[in-house]
Design a protein around this ligand. Structure first.
Ligand code: ADP
Ligand code: MG
Ligand code: MG
Ligand code: MG
Length: 417
C-alpha cells in the first residue's frame, strides 16, 4: 500500500493500508480488522492516530498538504514529514531517550509510525492544571544542551556537518512560517494577526518601538544565517509530553540548522507564559506555590543547560572547533572560552524568549494558557505583563543574564496592574 501516491489516512482506511506493514503489525498485534483507531491530532498541522491492538499501541503521524488549522487555502509541502523523521533520528542519537522511538517511515505517504507515549499528556495542559513534573527544567535544559553541542562543529566533523546543513536546507516552507509568524508579524499589523482588544494600548506602544524591531530583525538574521546546530524549531509546551516524573519531546517538523540559543529560549518563554497566565487558572491558596515552582523550573533549565554543555565541552570536543591541541599545548585550558560561549547563548536565549512571548499573544498561533481565559479584561492584564517582560528581555538581555535578576523581573511584572 505504501508504494501508492500520497493519500491522507483516515480511521476507516488505516488498518487496511498499514495492516501488512510488519513494523506496525508486529507492535499492534492481532487482526488489523480489529485494531482500534482514534484520530487525536490537536495540533495546527497534521493527522495523528493512535492505533491499538492485542500487542500494544503505536502513533501514526501523517502530514497533510495544507495547514490543518486554516484549510486547503494554505498549502504546505508534505516533505516537512521527512524533516521530522530526520530530526527524530538525530535526536535519538544526540539526546537518547527523550524523543519517541521511530518504528517506520514512509516517505511518499509523509507518514511516521512511532512510540505511543502513555500515560504522558501535553505539558501545556499540565501547567494550566497546576500539575508539577519532577526534573522538568533539568530534562529540557539537558535536551537543549545535548542537541546544541552534538549538532555543532564542536562535535561533528566538518563533512558530516555540511552534509546535514545541506539536507536540512531543503526544509523551506516550515522555517518560512517561523520567519514571518514568530519574528515579523507580531511587530506590525499583519493580516493574520489578532490580539485581545483590551491589549491594544500595549500593542500599539510595542509596535512604535523601532529599536525593538531592529533588534528582533537582527535576531531573525541570526536565526536564518547561523547554522550552528540542529534545532527542534518548535519547542513550546505543546511539543513536550510528560508524566509526573518523565519528560519527552515530540513534533520536530520545524527542525532546521540555526542558533544554539533558539530552542532554549522558546522553551523558557513557554514556562514564563504558563507563569503569567496562572492567576486565571489557580485558586489564590495554590497560586504562589505553583508560580514559585515554575520559576524554579526556569532556573533549573538554564542551569542544567550550562552544566551539560560544559560537561560535553570537556569530554566530547571531537569536532573542528576549539581543538584541545590549540589550547593545551601551552598548558592552557579552553574553559574560559566555553564560559564566554555560554554567556552569549544565555543572552540570545533571553532575546528569543522575549520574541516567543510576543508572538503567542500578537500573531496567528496563540497558546491556550492565555487564549482560554474568557474574561478578556483579565486576559489582557496578564498578557500585558507577558508582553512587557518579553520587551525587556529583547531590549536588555544582559541585565537578566543573572538568573535571580530574571526571576525578580518575572515577579515584578506579575504584580503589575
Ligand atoms: P502537530 O505537528 O500537528 O502539532 P503533534 O506531533 O504535536 O502534531 O501531535 C498532535 C497531538 O498528538 C499531540 O498534542 C499529542 O496529544 C498527540 N501525540 C503526538 N505524538 C504522540 C506520541 N508519540 N504519543 C502520544 N501522543 C502523541
Ligand atoms: Mg505539535
Ligand atoms: Mg500539539
Ligand atoms: Mg507540528
Amino acid at each position: 500500500a505504501h508504494e501508492q501516491p500520497y493519500e491522507a489516512l483516515d480511521v476507516d482506511t488505516l488498518a487496511q493500508r498499514l495492516g501488512d506493514v510488519e513494523e506496525v503489525a508486529s507492535r499492534v498485534g492481532g487482526n488489523p480488522g480489529q485494531w482500534q483507531i482514534r484520530e487525536v491530532g490537536d495540533g495546527n498541522l497534521n493527522l495523528v492516530f493512535i492505533v491499538s491492538g492485542s500487542a500494544g499501541s503505536v502513533v501514526v503521524k501523517q502530514a497533510l498538504p495544507y495547514v490543518r488549522m486554516v484549510g486547503e487555502s494554505w498549502p504546505l509541502p508534505l516533505y516537512r514529514a521527512h524533516f521530522e523523521y530526520y530530526a527524530l533520528v538525530r535526536q535519538a542519537q544526540r539526546a537518547p531517550g527523550i524523543a519517541p522511538e521511530v518504528f517506520y517511515f514512509d516517505k511518499p505517504q509523509a507518514l511516521i509510525v512511532m512510540e505511543y507515549l502513555h500515560p504522558h499528556t501535553i505539558l501545556r495542559r499540565k501547567l494550566m492544571n497546576g500539575e508539577q513534573v519532577t526534573q522538568l527544567g533539568e530534562a529540557i535544559g539537558e535536551f537543549c544542551a545535548r542537541m546544541a553541542f552534538r549538532g555543532s562543529e564542536l562535535s561533528l566533523s566538518s563533512p558530516e556537518k555540511k552534509a546535514d546543513v545541506g539536507l536540512f536546507s531543503g526544509n523551506v516552507a516550515i522555517p518560512a512560517i517561523t520567519e514571518s509568524l514568530v519574528f515579523t508579524d507580531p511587530y506590525y499589523g499583519a493580516e493574520m494577526n489578532h490580539h485581545t482588544p483590551e491589549l491594544s494600548p500595549v500593542v500599539d506602544e510595542l509596535r512604535r518601538n523601532t529599536r525593538l524591531k531592529a533588534k528582533v530583525q537582527r535576531l531573525l538574521m541570526k536565526f536564518t544565517a547561523n547554522t550552528e546546530t540542529m534545532l527542534h524549531g518548535d519547542l513550546h509546551s505543546g511539543s513536550i509530553m510528560a508524566t509526573e516524573s518523565d519528560v519527552r519531546v515530540i513534533d520536530p517538523e520545524f527542525s532546521q540548522y540555526g542558533p544554539m540559543a533558539f530552542d532554549l529560549g522558546m522553551a523558557v518563554a513557554n514556562f514564563l507564559m504558563a507563569y503569567f497566565s496562572q492567576p486565571a487558572h489557580r485558586q489564590a491558596d495554590e497560586l504562589d506555590t505553583y508560580q514559585a515552582w515554575i520559576l524554579e523550573v526556569i532556573e533549573a533549565c538554564f542551569t542544567r543547560f550550562d552544566a551539560e554543555f560544559r560537561h560535553l565541552w570537556q569530554t566530547e570536543r571531537t569536532g573542528i572547533l576549539f581543538p584541545k591541541a590549540l589550547f593545551e599545548a601551552q598548558g592552557n585550558s579552553a574553559d574560559d572560552a566555553c564560559d564566554a560561549l555560554l554567556e552569549e547563548i544565555r543572552l540570545d536565549a533571553l532575546a528569543y524568549c522575549g520574541i516567543e512571548m510576543h508572538r503567542r499573544v500578537l500573531s496567528l498561533a496563540h497558546n491556550a494558557d492565555f487564549e482560554e481565559i474568557e474574561d478578556t479584561a483579565l486576559r489582557a492584564k496578564l498578557e500585558a505583563r507577558n508582553v512587557l517582560m518579553g520587551q525587556a528581555l529583547i531590549m536588555e538581555p544582559e541585565t537578566y543574564c543573572d538568573l535571580s535578576a530574571l526571576a525578580d523581573l518575572a515577579r515584578a511584572y506579575n504584580q503589575q496592574e
